[in-house]
Design a protein around this ligand. Structure first.
Ligand SMILES: [Zn+2]
Length: 150
C-alpha cells in the first residue's frame, strides 16, 4: 500500500517535471532527457524503479499512450479509467488506492509482490506530471460506472 516513501516519490516526480517541463510525446525520450539533464531525477527514477519494480515501465507506457482518463460528475465524484493493454477499461479509485484489474487483486493485495498495479501507478505518475485528461459525465452515468466496479 501507499506509504510516506511513495508519496514523497510522487512529489519528487511532480517537482522535477515542473522544473523541467519538457515532456515530449514520447515517454522514453522524456526518460532519456531527465537522465541526462537532472542528476536528481536520475535518482528519482532509480527510486521509482526500486520501489515499484515491474509495473513501472508498463505504467509509463500507459501514460505515454494517453490511456488514462479522469472521469468527473457534477456531484463531485471522480474515478479514473485506464485502458488496459488488451483494451479492457479498468476503473481505479485513486483516493482509496483501488483498481478493478486482476493484477491488483492478485499481485498487490494477495501476494504483496508490488505496491501498486501498473494502472494505479500510471494514474499517480500522470497526476504528478499533470498529464491526465478529464471527462465530465452526468451523475447518472457516474452512478452506473460505480455500480459496475467489481
Ligand atoms: Zn490495475
Amino acid at each position: 500500500m501507499e506509504t510516506d516513501v511513495t508519496k514523497q516519490l510522487f512529489i519528487e516526480v511532480s517537482q522535477t517535471y515542473k522544473e523541467e517541463g519538457t515532456y515530449t510525446e514520447n515517454c522514453w525520450k522524456f526518460l532519456e532527457n531527465i537522465f541526462i539533464l537532472i542528476p536528481v531525477t536520475n535518482s528519482v527514477l532509480s527510486a521509482l524503479q526500486f520501489v515499484f519494480q515491474t509495473p513501472l515501465l508498463p505504467a509509463l507506457d500507459l501514460l505515454d499512450n494517453n490511456k488514462i482518463k479522469k472521469i468527473i460528475s457534477p456531484s463531485g465524484r471522480c474515478v479514473f479509467q485506464v485502458l488496459g493493454s488488451s483494451g479492457t477499461p479498468y476503473i481505479c479509485l485513486s483516493v482509496l488506492t483501488y483498481c478493478s484489474c486482476a493484477a491488483f487483486r492478485f499481485s498487490v493485495l494477495r501476494k504483496r509482490d508490488y505496491i501498486l498495479c501498473k494502472h494505479l501507478l500510471a494514474i499517480k505518475l500522470g497526476l504528478a506530471m499533470e498529464k491526465v485528461k478529464e471527462q465530465e459525465v452526468t451523475d447518472e452515468v457516474m452512478t452506473d460506472i460505480i455500480k459496475h466496479i467489481e
